[in-house]
Design a protein. Structure first.
Length: 509
């Protein structure tokens, strides 16, 4: 298999002569994500912005010869499947994919296109059974809109509960995950809500409805953007929120274009670099969650308030240490932001936290206690640092009411957006590089992705963590984050005093 300098993504889909959807939209999307797009055309549709005049499915040998030729030279990093015009095509593509995936497991995203935005049917009736039997078990994600979900599940999906039930039913039929798009019908007025059903877990991604007619090709664009992100190595949830933001940006920036007399194409406007285009991740404790059947009233957390901000959005060098002795040594060297992270607590834990709080007061530190939020409240600490898993178990309302600052760990776009909903005092992003301190190998971000995340929140206190050495610190600082957290680069340094000075020089410059 030849290495390529850009990830290769295939689109197995129909051509839209009007240039708004199908492979035309897919190729524009792949290019925006820095991927090389290849196509296997299933149908040569005759369309404009108002109607579909013909579908013109290609014969099976024409379809398979495209796929076989691509396989010989342009092996994909991900595949997006769009319009499959009849049961024969579904079966042929499924058979081809089964063999391909045995050579190498790559992500497959299927957008089960059934009806054009003009309302015209695009597939022969009765392909649903073949899709369910042969294709779904090969897919990592399917992205039906609510109408397509209804057709596949054979049940009405008029409420949030029914959408979830239908998604569960299709996952039981064999596909790994579903993203049910909500652009065509609002459960809450003014909100475009997509449901991601993955591994038995529901996530609602809420975007603001953008008024305007230029929405042709949104489904094709979304599924292609997800496939491109998967080809770039993004985890599924990150791929879904970035792709939704890409479509939202296209709707917002493309709404003023005048192309044709019907529904014009959604814009393809480059990487989504503005936070306003990213969805809110719905939290069970917020009021509107009730409308999505997602409510958990036990959690009494005041959303409007968020957590107390630190005195600066640039927290500087942020050593994470495991003893009060280290806190004192580093405070003496002028370090202002510190964390006590004790992973194997002994019987003297309370004493350690009290000692840390006392040092924090003496040196006027921004001192965060990792994990032990109850003790931190009881001892009157400056702040608490929590991981994603802690968000479910910790009493955030109690931390908020006690006036403690809160830092939250995040690993990628999805977790960043989720944690941002709580408006914590800072957001940590990791792991930037491989580290020996903790196994983060499945959650590495790198500096390019870090820079993209940092650009979304330019004025927010952001901390980068994970594998950051002195040599790597300048590249991290250049992403715009105002703080670098380190364990081994300070506590494992031959000369920690020198390491502190050198890090401070990099961050302050
Ligand atoms: C500044 C900072 N960022 C991230 C972490 C990691 O916290 P968490 O995910 O809770 O993992 P543990 O540290 O508890 O292993 C951190 N401690 N500090
Ligand atoms: C504790 C921790 N949390 C991480 C995260 O990504 O959430 S990475 C990490 C280890 C940081 O240690 P070092 O500076 O030695 O690489
Ligand atoms: Mg923790």
């Amino acid at each position: 298999m030849q290495e390529s300098s850009k990830p290769i993504v295939w689109s197995i889909a129909g051509s839209d002569s009007g240039g708004g959807a199908g492979i035309q939209a897919d190729l524009l999307t792949f290019a925006d994500f820095g991927c090389h797009g290849c196509t296997a055309i299933t149908a040569n549709t005759a369309q404009n912005t108002t109607d579909v005049a013909a579908i013109n499915a290609v014969p099976l040998d024409v379809l398979i010869s495209q796929l076989a030729t691509l396989q010989r030279d342009l092996f994909p990093a991900a595949i997006k499947i769009g319009l499959l015009a009849n049961s024969g095509q579904v079966a042929a593509v499924a058979e081809f994919l089964r063999a391909l995936l045995q050579i190498k497991k790559i992500p497959v995203v299927y957008d089960p296109v059934a009806v054009a935005s003009s309302g015209a049917a695009l597939t022969e009736g009765g392909i649903g059974e073949t899709v369910i039997e042969m294709l779904l078990p090969l897919c990592d994600l399917i992205t039906p809109n609510r109408h397509e979900l209804e057709l596949l599940a054979g049940a009405p999906v008029g409420s949030a509960g029914r959408i979830v039930a239908a998604a569960q039913q299709l996952c039981a039929a064999g596909c790994d995950a579903l993203l049910v798009t909500g652009g065509h019908g609002e459960l809450v007025e003014g909100e475009m809500a997509d449901l991601l059903w993955d591994s038995g877990r529901a996530d609602w991604f809420i975007g603001e409805k953008i008024p305007g007619d230029n929405n042709h090709g949104t489904g094709c664009t979304l599924s292609s953007a997800i496939a491109a992100c998967l080809a770039l190595g993004y985890p599924l949830r990150d791929a879904c929120v970035v792709a939704k933001a890409y479509v939202q940006r296209g709707l917002r920036q493309g709404k003023g274009e005048k192309i044709g007399s019907g529904a014009g194409p959604v814009g393809h406007c480059g990487w989504p670099s503005e936070l306003r285009d990213f969805p809110d991740i719905l939290l069970p404790s917020e009021d509107r969650a009730k409308a999505y059947g997602f409510s958990d009233t036990a959690d009494k957390f005041a959303f409007e308030q968020g957590f107390a901000p630190p005195d600066t959005s640039r927290l500087g060098l942020y050593p994470v240490v495991d003893s009060v002795e280290w806190l004192e040594k580093l405070a003496e060297r002028g370090v202002r932001t510190l964390q006590l992270r004790i992973k194997n607590p002994g019987g003297d834990l309370r004493q350690q936290v009290e000692g840390a709080v006392a040092i924090g007061r003496e040196y006027n530190l921004r001192l965060f206690i990792n994990d032990f939020w109850q003790l931190a409240i009881e001892c009157g600490a400056y702040g608490v640092h929590l991981g994603q898993e802690d968000l479910q178990s910790a009493d955030l309302g109690a931390i908020q009411r006690a006036g403690l600052k809160l830092g939250i760990s995040t690993h990628g776009f999805y977790e960043l957006l989720l944690a941002y909903r709580y408006r914590p005092s800072y957001l940590a992003i990791g792991a930037i590089f491989v580290t020996d301190t903790k196994d983060m190998s499945a959650q590495l971000q790198g500096t390019e992705k870090l820079a993209r995340m940092a650009a979304l929140l330019p004025d927010y206190p952001l901390v980068a963590i994970g594998g950051i050495s002195l040599a790597r610190a300048p590249a991290v600082a250049a992403t715009g984050v105002g703080s670098i957290a380190v364990v081994s680069a300070v506590t494992g340094a031959e000369n920690y005093r020198q390491a502190v000075e050198q890090f401070q020089a990099v961050i302050e410059n």
